[in-house]
Design a protein around this ligand. Structure first.
Ligand code: ADP
Ligand code: MG
Length: 244
């Protein structure tokens, strides 16, 4: 079964990078010359590492995160996530791979309004076709970890913005993804909640030893992460030294 193959590859090489980009470029066609958004980006991150990506609006941060999240294909270059070249997978397998191996947190929480918080956190398990007692247990543990154990059976509308985003963090982690991607995860929150959600993402990354990549406008959050890179004219540079 195809799904077993992913797991087999993972087990076979536990020291491989979780994320490997080699010479990734992305351009969008326009009626005039193509719009080049990402140029020759190479990146390698191992389990337990985290990275902040900063850069002005329109610099390609979401484009880069979408490629890392296997939602968008690069124009050229190679992408490997958890030992798999995702863009070589057939469409249905790619969707399964993404659900299993990559957790997403966006600026908006995207919780489903008709489901309870516990059900929302279980959505990635439902997408695999089933929730088990173990998955429900994990969901409850995560919700306790993010401070929402008293809110399991509430609907998103009954929660504050910070609480909803904490539930979205728990949902992203349900299936123990090897890669967690967050695109402006604190961008809609007040400073106090932004701090709390940023710290939670980092603390959980340390506990679960996944790779966390956060796109953020918050210098404060970027400064708490172990690596910072900036998207500048399509190049991903180390912050501060101006070199690619
Ligand atoms: P950021 O997240 O840093 O604000 P984006 O990655 O969203 O930037 O966008 C980078 C550039 O690529 C922008 O100029 C944007 O207009 C352009 N862009 C993004 N998606 C598309 C698309 N599907 N088609 C054409 N241009 C796009
Ligand atoms: Mg963006």
């Amino acid at each position: 079964m195809a799904f077993g193959r992913f797991i087999g590859q993972e087990v076979a090489s536990s020291t491989m990078p979780v994320v490997k980009l080699e010479h990734v470029s992305k351009q969008y066609p326009t009626p005039a010359e193509p719009l080049v958004v990402l140029r020759d980006i190479s990146l390698s991150l191992e389990a337990g590492q985290n990275l902040a990506v900063v850069g002005p609006s329109g610099s390609g941060k979401s484009t880069l995160l979408n490629i890392l999240g296997t939602l968008d294909e690069p124009t050229s270059g190679a992408v490997e996530i958890a030992g798999v070249e995702p863009f070589r997978l057939p469409h249905a397998e790619l969707a399964r791979f993404r659900n299993r191996h990559i957790g997403f947190v966006f600026q908006e929480h995207y919780l489903l309004p008709q489901l309870t918080i516990l059900e929302n956190v279980l959505v990635p398990a439902l997408a695999m076709g089933r929730t088990t007692a173990a998955k429900t247990g994990r969901a409850k543990e995560l919700l306790e970890r993010v401070g929402l154990s008293a809110r399991l059976h509430h609907r998103p509308a009954e929660l504050s913005g910070g609480e909803r985003q904490r539930a979205a963090v728990a949902r992203a982690l349900l299936l123990q993804p090897s890669l967690v991607l967050a695109d402006e995860p604190t961008g809609s929150l007040d400073p106090t909640n932004a701090r709390a959600v940023g710290q939670l993402l980092l603390d959980l990354q340390q506990e679960e030893k996944n790779v966390l990549i956060v796109v953020t406008h918050s210098r404060e959050l970027a400064g708490r992460m172990s690596q910072q890179k900036v998207l500048d004219n399509g190049y991903l540079r180390d912050e501060g030294n101006g070199q690619p």
